[in-house]
Design a protein around this ligand. Structure first.
Ligand code: KIV
Length: 291
């Protein structure tokens, strides 16, 4: 039996997310890339929407997130901004937008806030991002951290591999999370790590952890919306639970359309515009007289 979830229609803010951690109320997050999806997710009551660089794979057909540009995120961010009223809106800093110096990184993040309407940005990486996080916070930009299996580091990890599986690497992840917290992030995404490690990090931090492939003990959960809805063409990760099969829904609707066009079932008389009987007879008479 599925319970009807009641959620407040009040705007989700960063202090409210911190409150949710204290009250042990699970934070729900999804990715969004366009107006209709963002509006549907927002109206369904999601807490946080991330315009993720997963955009590159889900919507732009890239093989990884690495080619995604600041301008591509910006276009999608602005569409999502127009749709979202309640959820906290976070923009992902794409690869290359925060790697060539603090000044340009802050400038790029400011564009997401000023031009894109984001309320926060997300950056991948642990302690090596601590100075950058401090500068962003200094510039009044809220930051979500992201550690563990960070897809922008795919070449460093030697593939998309679960991180933190040894005592040393698990300890390093905890240290990364603590350093990011001290630098000023308001929450941290834990991706692709054992649930025991995610649980320990969640217990040690004051700020909320948001898990993806990190087990049930995180303060919140995030999935790529297209994975959840069955709209992806790539390999399905172990941690994805698919709640719908939109790819099949779309295919079967389009196959039906093609069939009905061919049989002449579509468009019907009711789906067509008509002349009045009088005008029709004049048009038809004129047409036959001119032949
Ligand atoms: O880009 C993205 O979708 C993400 C989430 C999966 C956390 O970074």
């Amino acid at each position: 039996m599925s319970a009807t979830i009641q959620y407040s229609s009040e705007k989700v803010t960063i202090p409210k997310l911190l409150e949710k951690k204290t009250q042990k109320e699970t934070i729900t997050c999804l990715t969004a890339y366009d107006y209709p999806f963002a509006r549907s997710l927002d109206e369904a009551g999601i807490d946080v929407l991330l315009v993720g660089d997963s955009l590159g794979m889900t919507r732009l057909g890239y093989e990884s997130t690495l080619p995604v540009t600041l301008e591509e995120i910006m276009v999608h961010l602005r569409a999502v901004r127009r749709a979202v009223k309640r959820a906290l809106l976070v923009a992902d800093m794409p690869y290359g937008s925060y790697h060539v110096g603090i000044k340009s990184a802050v400038k790029n993040a400011l564009r997401f806030i000023k031009e894109g309407g984001a309320e926060a940005v997300k950056i991948e990486g642990g302690r090596k991002r601590s100075r950058l996080v401090e500068h962003l916070v200094e510039a009044e930009i809220q930051v979500m951290g992201h550690i563990g299996l960070t897809p922008q580091s795919v070449h460093f990890m030697g593939g998309y591999k679960v991180q933190g599986k040894t005592p040393q690497t698990a300890e390093a992840l905890l240290e990364d999370a603590l350093v990011l917290q001290e630098s000023g992030v308001f929450s941290v995404v834990l991706e692709g790590i054992p649930q025991e490690v995610a649980c320990k990090i969640t217990q040690e931090l004051r700020i909320p952890t948001i898990g993806i492939g990190a087990g049930v003990h995180c303060d919140g959960q995030i999935l790529v919306t297209d994975d959840l809805l069955g709209l992806t063409f790539s390999h399905k990760a172990k941690f994805v639970r698919q709640y719908a099969n939109l790819k099949e829904t779309i295919s079967s609707a389009v196959r039906k359309f093609i069939g009905e066009c061919k049989t002449g079932d579509f468009p019907s008389r009711d789906e067509s515009y008509h002349l009045s009987v009088d005008t029709a007879s004049k048009v038809l008479l004129k047409h036959s007289a001119s032949r």
